[in-house]
Write a new protein. Structure first.
Length: 112
């Protein structure tokens, strides 16, 4: 089960949502010095796009809040690909540790 959901908000307009505080790695994220809020998950998404799927860059927007991560746009396929990148990170502590370590080594800062 994933904490993410995909919705069509209007015909041809889509949102990818994650309720902050609902993932299996929230405690680990806190142990690693971050707040697992919507802004943190935006950072995760941006870092994953930058490092693993640069072809997704610019194909959707971000609109996080403290309690929720949101990516939105008209490109359903791009949002689904983003979900496929993020979902493993929400459930795998080793994957999250590696992602945060890689981000920090690259000088990437999470806005949490």
């Amino acid at each position: 089960m994933t904490p993410m959901r995909f919705v069509e908000t209007r015909p041809g307009k889509f949102s990818l949502l994650l309720d902050a505080g609902t993932t299996q790695v929230d405690g680990l994220v806190e142990q690693l010095g971050h707040e697992p809020n919507g802004y943190f998950w935006e950072g995760v998404a941006r870092f994953l796009v930058k490092t693993e799927a640069p072809a997704l860059d610019g194909r959707f927007g971000y609109d996080p809040e403290g309690g929720m991560f949101c990516a939105y746009g008209e490109d359903r396929t791009a949002l689904q690909e983003l979900a496929e990148l993020i979902i493993p990170v929400t459930t795998d502590g080793d994957r999250m540790r590696t992602l945060i370590a890689s981000a920090e080594a690259a000088g990437f800062e999470f806005d949490d």
